[in-house]
Design a protein around this ligand. Structure first.
Ligand code: E4P
Length: 217
């Protein structure tokens, strides 16, 4: 499973990218707002840093306006994936932009039917939002599993990009189900390294090394 990091914070992206932990980046208007940066400038800086797909989201609601915005975003760099919402207009924009050879990430997906439509429209990525479903007591992981089954039934090539990930367990659960990509905030990716038994074991080793006066360099 590929990892994308869900942020527009350059320092966080650089740290994960330098470690080889991420295969791409996702942003959205809320993350751009949080960064306090101009969307075109910060997206260019992210694209210069990361080789893989960088999702940048349109803000228009009508298909023709989304297409114009998508074309402008795609001019930033070759690794831009234009992000459009899963609305009827968004699907129209997806179809046009995909036919122009651009990567398209269809976002705000909350049902298997929506994911089917995105695949029919030629989306490169479909972004089902796990955490926002979990917030409503609907198991977001069930949606990932349903989309995996449907896409496999018919050989759709659209990549399942599990989004709105809130916990480290979501990452391994998505990997078990077979999501192609999972995008998560930097803190969630780093939290995947944590285990209480690792901490406990290390405390003991540190104490024993001190007691035995073990020195290596
Ligand atoms: C990804 O593409 C989405 O922008 C993101 O995962 C949304 O996450 P949230 O529900 O935590 O805002």
């Amino acid at each position: 499973m590929k990892f994308f990091v869900d942020t527009a914070e350059l320092d966080a992206i650089a740290e994960l990218n330098d470690l080889g932990m991420i295969d791409g980046v996702t942003t959205n208007p809320s993350l751009i707002k949080k960064s306090g940066r101009d969307i075109l400038e910060v997206t260019k800086e992210i694209c210069d840093m990361v080789d893989g797909p960088v999702s940048a989201e349109v803000v228009a609601l009508k298909a023709e306006d989304m297409i114009a915005e998508g074309r402008k975003l795609a001019e930033i760099a070759e690794n831009i994936a234009v992000k459009v919402p899963l609305t009827w207009d968004g699907l129209k924009a997806c179809k046009v932009l995909t036919e122009e050879g651009k990567m398209v990430n269809v976002t705000l997906c909350f049902s298997a039917n929506q994911a089917l439509l995105a695949a029919k429209a030629g989306a490169t990525f479909i972004s089902p939002f796990i955490g926002r479903l979990d917030d409503l007591n609907i198991d977001g992981l069930d949606l990932i599993a349903d989309i995996r089954e449907i896409y496999d039934n018919y050989g759709f090539e659209t990549n399942i990009l599990a989004a709105s990930i809130r916990t480290a367990n979501h990452m391994s659960d998505c990997a078990k189900i077979g999501a192609d990509v999972a995008t998560a905030p930097p803190a969630v990716i780093k939290a995947m390294a944590n285990h209480v038994l690792t901490d406990k074991g290390l405390d003991q080793f540190v104490a024993d090394a001190k007691a035995a006066n073990i020195k290596i360099v």
